[in-house]
Design a protein around this ligand. Structure first.
Ligand SMILES: [Zn+2]
Length: 444
C-alpha cells in the first residue's frame, strides 16, 4: 500500500516498533543484527500487509450485539441503544471493550477510531492501553436530545471538561499509540454552544473531532427541523468542519456538501454493513473519492453491523458500489470501486482519514510496524490468490485467515496464541455483564 502500489515477494524486517526494510532485507539485516534476526516468522504463502485501520466504532456497544435488531436509526437509538448505554457500569464497559478488541485484533485490525460513550470512557482508555492496539478514542458528548436517558445528558461544560481531562490523561499515551478525539455524538444530541466549544477546543489543542452525519433520511429531517439546515452545512457554518474532522456515514450528502467537506480537508468514514442493516441507504464513496475527500472504512458498533470485521466491510463496500447507480434517486452511474481502492480505504487511506498517514497504513521503511499476516493458502482463496491479491482480500479472504496481528512491533496474537488478551475469558465476562446491563436497563 505504498504510493507505488508495489506487491513484492520478499521479507519484512522489523526493528523495535518500526519497519526497517521491505523486500530484500539482507543488507539492512547484516548491518543491524549481523545477519541474524532475534525472531523469524515464516509467512510463505501468506499475504503480509499493513494492519487494518478501523475508522468508526463504538466498543461500548459490543455487549449489545443481537439486542437491537429492529427499527431505523432513531428508533434503534432511542428504544434500545441509549437505554443500554445508560445502564453500563465500569465492569460492563470494560467487558464490552475487551470482547470487541479480541474480535478486532483476531481479524487484523491494528488501529481503531472509537466514539466511546458518555460515562466510564477512561475505562475504555485503560482497556485500549492494556490491549496493545493503536487507537483514537473519545468520550461521546451529549447535552440534549429527544429520547435520551438522563444518565447520558451532561451540561456542556461538564461534557467538555471530562473530554479534555481524558485527553490530558491519554492523548499521546502508551508511547504514542493512543490519541484522544472530541466526540460530539451528532447534531441532535449537542447544543449550538457545545458545537462552538468543541470547534474552539479542537483547534486549540489539535484534537480530532469524531462525529456522525447524514446517516439516515429520518435523521436528516429531524436535523433540518432542529437547526434549519443539513448537518454538513451546520458544521461548515460553526467551524467544526476542518482537517481534523472525521464524520461517519455521510450517506445523504449532496454535491455542494461534498465540495464543502473537500474544501475543508475533512474526512468521511464509510460503514456499509451498518447503513444496510439500519436501512439508512448506500453512501456514494466513488463521489467522495472523486471530490478528493480523505476517507476510511468502519463497521460502526456491533449492535448495528453485528460484526467488527473489516473483511466483511471491504466486501460490502465493493458490492454496494456496484449496485448503487441502480438505486432510485441515486446520482449518475459511476464506476464501481476497485478492490485496490477498497483495501486502501481499510489501510493507507483510512490512516490518512485519521491524520495518521505518516505513521501507519502501509509497509514502508520508517513506518510503525503495524503488520498482519493473512493466510492465502486456504481453499476459499484458491487456486491463485496472488493473481490479484486485492481481489482475494476484498472478496475471498475472511477474518479467520489472519494468523498474526502486530502493533508497533509487538505481536498481539499469532497462530491463536495471545499476548495481551484472553478471548475465552473475554467471552465469558461479556456474557455475564451483558445480562447485568439488560437487567439494569429494564430490557431483560
Ligand atoms: Zn456510529
Amino acid at each position: 500500500m505504498d504510493p507505488a502500489s508495489r506487491v513484492l515477494v520478499g521479507d519484512l524486517l522489523i526493528e523495535n516498533d518500526r519497519i526497517a526494510a521491505v523486500g530484500d532485507v539482507t543488507a539492512p539485516l547484516a548491518k543491524l543484527r549481523g545477519g541474524k534476526a532475534d525472531q523469524a516468522i515464516d509467512a510463505s504463502g501468506a499475504l503480509v500487509m499493513p494492519g487494518f485501520v478501523h475508522g468508526h466504532l463504538h466498543l461500548c456497544q459490543t455487549l449489545f450485539r443481537g439486542l437491537a435488531e429492529q427499527g431505523d436509526l432513531l428508533h434503534w437509538l432511542r428504544d434500545r441503544i441509549w437505554p443500554l448505554e445508560a445502564a453500563h457500569s465500569e465492569a460492563s464497559i470494560a467487558a464490552s471493550a475487551r470482547l470487541g478488541l479480541c474480535e478486532l485484533i483476531a481479524g487484523g485490525v491494528t488501529c481503531i477510531n472509537d466514539m466511546g460513550t458518555v460515562r466510564h470512557t477512561e475505562t475504555i482508555g485503560a482497556q485500549l492501553e492494556a490491549s496493545g492496539i493503536r487507537a483514537v478514542f473519545g468520550k461521546a458528548l451529549m447535552d440534549q436530545g429527544d429520547g435520551v436517558p438522563p444518565a447520558l445528558i451532561e451540561s456542556p461544560k461538564r461534557a467538555l471538561d471530562d473530554a479534555l481531562a481524558l485527553a490530558g490523561r491519554f492523548d499521546g499515551a502508551a508511547a504514542g499509540r493512543l490519541r484522544v478525539a472530541l466526540a460530539p455524538r451528532f447534531i441532535l444530541s449537542c447544543s449550538e454552544g457545545l458545537w462552538r466549544d468543541v470547534a474552539d477546543a479542537a483547534a486549540e489543542r489539535g484534537l480530532v473531532v469524531h462525529t456522525h452525519l447524514a446517516e439516515s433520511p429520518s435523521e436528516g429531517r429531524e436535523v433540518s427541523a432542529a437547526v434549519g439546515t443539513s448537518a454538513a452545512r451546520y458544521f461548515a457554518a460553526h467551524g467544526v468542519l476542518g482537517p481534523r474532522f472525521v464524520g461517519a456515514h455521510g450517506v445523504w450528502l449532496d454535491d455542494e456538501e461534498l465540495r464543502a467537506i473537500a474544501g475543508a480537508d475533512a474526512a468521511l468514514v464509510h460503514c456499509p454493513a451498518s447503513n444496510l442493516k439500519l436501512g439508512s441507504g448506500l453512501a456514494d464513496v466513488r463521489a467522495w473519492m472523486d471530490a478528493r475527500i480523505r476517507c476510511g472504512l468502519g463497521s460502526d458498533g456491533a449492535a448495528c453491523s453485528n460484526r467488527l470485521d473489516t473483511f466483511h466491510e471491504m466486501s460490502l463496500a465493493g458490492l454496494v458500489s456496484r449496485v448503487r447507480p441502480a438505486v432510485p434517486g441515486a446520482g449518475a452511474a459511476a464506476p464501481p470501486l476497485t478492490a485496490r481502492a477498497i483495501v486502501a480505504l481499510a489501510t493507507c487511506e483510512g490512516a490518512r482519514a485519521l491524520g495518521l498517514g505518516d505513521a501507519i497504513g502501509s509497509l514502508e521503511a520508517g513506518k510503525q510496524a503495524d503488520v498482519i499476516v493473512v493466510d492465502a493458502r486456504r481453499p476459499h482463496c484458491g487456486p491463485d490468490p496472488e493473481h490479484d491479491p486485492y481481489t482475494t482480500l476484498v472478496h475471498a479472504s475472511r477474518a479467520g485467515d489472519v494468523v498474526m496481528t502486530m502493533v508497533a512491533g509487538r505481536m498481539l496474537q499469532h497462530d491463536g496464541a495471545w499476548t495481551t488478551l484472553d478471548p475465552g475469558r473475554a467471552v465469558a465476562d461479556a456474557r455475564a455483564e451483558a445480562r447485568g446491563v439488560l437487567r439494569r436497563a429494564g430490557l431483560a
